[in-house]
Ligand binder design. Structure first.
Ligand code: ADP
Ligand code: MG
Length: 653
């Protein structure tokens, strides 16, 4: 074994610095927190090259006495804490006395400061933590710290830095949080010469939300105010119908500190239980205020987590405040589950996603996904003998032969009791087919075009019907397909999971680029700045997935084209989820894979939607052929019950 030795001070400092200063955004965080602790009313942050070139933070706070300047850069040097008891009642953002030491250890720093009321200011430069001498200098009241060449002396860390744009996005996201946590301070962010954030600092949270998160987000918010025990809760939450695609718009503060907390997330989401659509998340800007003795902020070097002395009390305070506010807002929103027979697959494009090539070969012109009436040409062609309907019982086993969709012939006039027509904006006078007394009614939409895909001549001919080794017995809970196989087994198939898998395999194989549809009205996707920047940085991937996007300024993304199987109403949430995939994927392959998951899920029919029997049959075919076994997340797609299993349940065996 090599000899045990105590590390030299500068090596130990570099290791410690690594914990505090992970990336440019960590520097910005520490410096802005110092400015807030110094009682400033305005703070401006300027960054160049994502902060790797320059980070400059200017405040109008209390300033530092010239004689104390070198001390401020020593490790464990702080004006905010003296005794062990102080640790139990921290009211400032900083307290560890490590930030200036850590930042200066891994960069070139220059500080210029003048105390309030003092005549002269002072400056100091440091390189790799080594200070030059303090000099007298003219300066405005307050403090300016410039950090250049971050990680110049720690090549290992430098190597792990992401692209400048990713760092810029991280700084922008952080500044949003800081600005929201202190509405009484005016925050400004200038990136490479362009101002991208400027909050008024008028003390109103609503103004800060508007300035930092944008008008669209601010518009739909519900104000929240309440208390429980020692905890006071205030801020805004999104209306239940404005659910988001990810948790990226959940912003929590405890005593003015932005933190991540599973407890607070859970309390918030509990308040929305049964009010928000499955797979959607509430957004919020929620501030929890507690006595300083009731919260331990010293649990994380970057101070992004806290520990509550009485967790239950905090949970209840947040939960009840959110719930009460939502109820006061006009009662719980309509549950996302629709009444029976009310909602058909709103996109009506199931078979397009089952087989992209075919759709293409049909020369169908792209159209906005929602409210699309069925294509008349296809409808008529497929108004075939209506002799069976799988939604009823007792139908014989039938098959499509090669293709899953073929046996649908005759059953497209979906039984009126099961489905209702999609909205028909262009032909309001026409009675909906569901009202037609006799089948064969005009089908609601044209799911059939998948069939001719496999026919080389492109002809749509009916194949003779053959016995299939299974039949669809029906659907239950508008989620599970019940299917019986000829060998006496019963299958329950999760239609969303199965369709998601089919989509995923199709996307992954990428035989043909995804079909796109131009949106009649481009959508300005309402995203957090960080998400927006992340997506813009990955435009080529979005392009491959079928999105036509461009920078709309200020982090917003303008979407002109979307994949054909994504509804226009889902654009923002899909992009939000894609940003989440990009953020959490650790390698380009993993990011791509996660993005494909998102696309597959978004394009899939959902549990709760009423599906066309033809759609269900197509999925059963995929499952029965063994092509589809697990959803992309690894969950099973089908559950099999043998005759023996059933007999055992009924004590027959
Ligand atoms: P901490 O914030 O944990 O005390 P730092 O290393 O961040 O430790 O800062 C050390 C000290 O320098 C602070 O305690 C504070 O007294 C002083 N200081 C740092 N930044 C500023 C600033 N912008 N304005 C006034 N004082 C500052
Ligand atoms: Mg500090």
């Amino acid at each position: 074994m090599p000899q045990i030795r105590q590390l030299e001070a500068h090596v130990a400092d570099l290791i410690a610095a690594g914990e505090v200063v992970e990336r440019p955004a960590s520097v910005v965080k520490e410096l802005v927190e110092n400015a807030i602790d110094a009682g400033c009313s305005a703070v401006a942050v300027e960054i160049r090259r994502g902060g790797m070139g320059l980070i400059r933070v200017t405040d109008n706070g209390c300033g530092i006495a010239p004689g104390e300047l070198p001390t401020a850069f020593l490790r464990h040097a702080t004006s905010k804490l003296r005794t062990p008891e102080d640790l139990g009642r921290i009211g400032t953002l900083g307290f560890r006395g490590e930030a200036l030491a850590a930042i200066s250890a891994v960069s070139r720093v220059e500080i210029l400061t003048r105390q309030r009321g003092a005549e002269r200011g002072a400056s100091l430069r440091l390189e790799g933590g080594v200070p030059e001498s303090v000099e007298e200098a003219g300066a405005p009241e307050g403090t300016t710290i410039s950090v250049r060449d971050l990680f110049f002396n720690t090549p290992a860390r430098l190597k792990f830095m992401r692209k400048d744009s990713a760092e810029t996005a991280a700084v922008a996201g952080l500044m949003q949080h800081l600005a929201l946590s202190h509405p009484d301070v005016s925050f400004k962010l200038v990136k490479d010469g362009a101002e991208t954030l400027h909050t008024p600092g008028d003390g109103k949270l609503a103004s800060a939300v508007y300035a930092a998160l944008g008008r669209d987000f601010a518009k739909g918010l519900v104000p929240v105010e309440g208390r429980g025990g020692e905890a006071a809760v205030s801020g805004f939450v999104t209306a239940p119908l404005q659910g988001r695609g990810s948790r990226s718009m959940q912003v929590f503060f405890v005593n003015g500190r932005f933190i991540k907390s599973q407890l607070l997330t859970a309390a918030l989401e509990e308040g929305y239980r049964n009010q928000i659509m499955k797979g959607k998340f509430p957004g919020c800007v929620l501030s929890v205020t507690l006595p300083v003795s009731a919260v331990d902020v010293n649990v994380h070097p970057a101070k992004t987590a806290v520990k509550f002395a009485r967790e239950r009390e905090v949970f209840d305070a947040v939960y009840h405040t959110v719930l009460d506010s939502l109820e006061r807002q006009g009662g719980p929103a309509a549950p996302p589950e629709r009444g029976a027979g009310e909602t058909v697959n709103p996109r009506g494009d199931f078979f397009r996603s089952m087989d992209a090539k075919t759709y293409r070969s049909q020369g169908a012109s792209p159209a906005p996904a929602p409210e699309k009436p069925s294509r008349p040409g296809w409808n008529t062609e497929w108004r075939a003998p209506a002799k069976l309907s799988d939604s009823g019982g007792g139908t014989p086993f039938r098959t499509s032969g090669e293709r899953p969709a073929a046996p649908v012939r005759g059953s497209f006039g979906a039984p009126p009791s099961v489905v209702s027509p999609p909205p028909r904006r262009e032909t309001p006078a026409v009675p909906p087919p569901a009202a037609a007394p006799e089948p064969p009614a005009a089908p609601r939409r044209a799911p059939v075009p998948a069939i001719p895909a496999d026919r080389p001549d492109g002809q749509q001919t009916l194949e003779p019907e053959r016995e299939a080794p299974w039949r669809v017995a029906g659907e239950v809970l508008r989620t599970y397909i019940v299917c019986e196989s000829a060998d006496g087994c019963v299958y329950l198939i999760d239609k969303h999971a199965a369709h998601e898998r089919v989509n995923f395999d199709r996307l992954k194989a990428a035989e043909v680029p995804p079909m796109r549809q131009a949106l009649l009205q481009p959508v300005a996707a309402e995203l957090s700045r960080e998400d927006g920047a992340l997506l813009l940085e990955n435009l080529p991937l979005l392009e491959q997935l079928g999105f036509g996007c461009e920078d709309f300024g200020g982090g917003a993304v303008l979407v002109r084209e979307v994949p054909a199987d994504i509804g226009a109403e889902d654009v923002s949430s899909t992009l939000e989820e894609l940003a989440e995939s990009l953020r959490t994927g650790r390698s380009p392959e993993e990011r791509r894979e996660k993005a494909l998951h998102t696309m597959a899920c978004k394009a899939a029919i959902k549990g709760g939607w009423t599906s066309d029997p033809a759609e269900l049959r197509a999925l059963v075919e995929k499952v029965q052929s063994g092509e589809v076994k697990y959803c992309p997340h690894g969950r099973p797609v089908a559950v099999k019950l043998t005759k023996y299993d059933l007999e055992k349940m009924f004590k027959r065996a």
